[in-house]
Design a protein around this ligand. Structure first.
Ligand code: PRE
Length: 327
């Protein structure tokens, strides 16, 4: 039984998520990377499998924005019955705060350099005249290669098929070839090597510098005190993620929360929202990231003001800004 800490990532090996996991956990004497089939499964394994200590999941891409699977998973973790029960039990001085059972401990930026691949050299040799049956990739990819699909690849394939990952797409491509069906897949060069595929064309992204940002989640103890632990505050550039729903849905309810941070001179670096999907009136959950100055830990009054301005809110931990943010 290995005593390595296990990390769930979207597999099979060769996905961009695999690259992110290798970047976050480079020491394979301490960490074992566990490929799982979907992004939700990464969260489920972390939440419910005691053997899994971390998961790393894609959050957003520089070309086509939010990976909504992940935003919705963050939203839905807070709606888990046991999370709500626990939050009713614990004597949290902030009555509207929900303590998530997992916390963000890191971020990684992965350069996304999409390639068009086929199963083998023989199919590759006839590419110019080939008419392909299927084109496989992860659904997040289509928005990153739109121009390529509408020009170079236009009319060369019949069916565009969503897969659970770019590596699964290549495996499907190989399976088709074994059945005499000529198909295409889109993924990374590493993925094509790991899945014994053949690269037809590299750099097919619409935008150069296409990058996906990943978040690394960890199990944590349940008692979340103020959103900083002394050891977390040792790094220069720390970030934190706050999620919240607004108390009122009248004008100014969102601004009221954001103003708290302006008044305390805390710099917001991103804001997103997703529908909450409750019955009745349409509502949103907001995701706001802030720079966290370890010399200025958030004073209790900030948390009290958040608590009185939000219907519900959650702090997701403090994590270091990865250098990938700057390049
Ligand atoms: O399928 C993969 O290789 C993944 O790691 C997933 C994913 C994503 O969900 O955004 C990661 C990065 C790319 O933008 C494309 C796909």
């Amino acid at each position: 039984m290995s005593n390595k800490e296990k990390v769930a990532f979207l597999g099979p090996k060769g996905t961009y998520s695999h690259q992110a996991a290798l970047q976050q956990f480079p020491d394979d004497t301490k960490y074992e990377l566990i490929p799982v089939t979907t992004i939700p499964t990464c969260f489920e394994n972390l939440l419910y499998d005691d053997n899994i200590s971390y998961c790393i999941v894609p959050l957003e891409n520089s070309t086509n924005g939010q990976v909504v699977f992940t935003y919705d998973l963050i939203r839905d973790v807070l709606k888990q019955d046991q999370v709500e029960e626990e939050n009713l039990k614990n004597d949290d001085k902030y009555q509207n705060r929900i303590n998530p059972p997992i916390t963000i401990v890191g971020e990684q930026y992965v350069k996304i350099d999409h390639c068009l691949v086929v199963a083998d050299e023989e199919i590759a040799s006839k590419h110019d005249t080939n008419k392909y049956v299927n084109l496989y990739s992860h659904p997040q990819v289509w928005g990153q290669v739109t121009n390529y699909l509408n020009t170079t690849l236009k009319g060369k394939y019949q069916n565009r098929i969503d897969c659970k990952s770019t590596s699964e797409a290549m495996i499907k491509c190989k399976e088709d070839a074994a059945n005499g069906i000529q198909s295409l897949a889109i993924g990374s060069i590493t993925g094509s090597k790991m899945n014994d595929c053949c690269v037809i064309e590299k750099g097919i992204n619409d935008l150069k510098g296409n990058t996906t940002r990943f978040l690394t989640f960890s199990k944590k103890n349940r008692l979340l005190e103020i959103p900083v632990n002394p050891e977390d505050a040792s790094k220069d550039n720390n970030m934190t993620l706050l999620t919240f729903t607004t108390l009122k849905d009248g004008p100014g309810s969102l601004v009221e929360v954001l103003n708290i941070f302006q008044r305390y001179n805390i710099n917001m670096t991103s804001i997103s929202s997703r529908p909450i999907g409750v019955t009745g009136k349409w509502q949103y959950i907001f995701y706001v990231e802030y720079e966290f100055d370890h010399k200025l830990p958030w004073k209790e009054e900030i948390l009290s003001e958040i608590d009185s301005s939000c219907l519900t809110w959650a702090m997701w931990g403090v994590f270091p800004r990865d250098n990938g943010y700057y390049i």
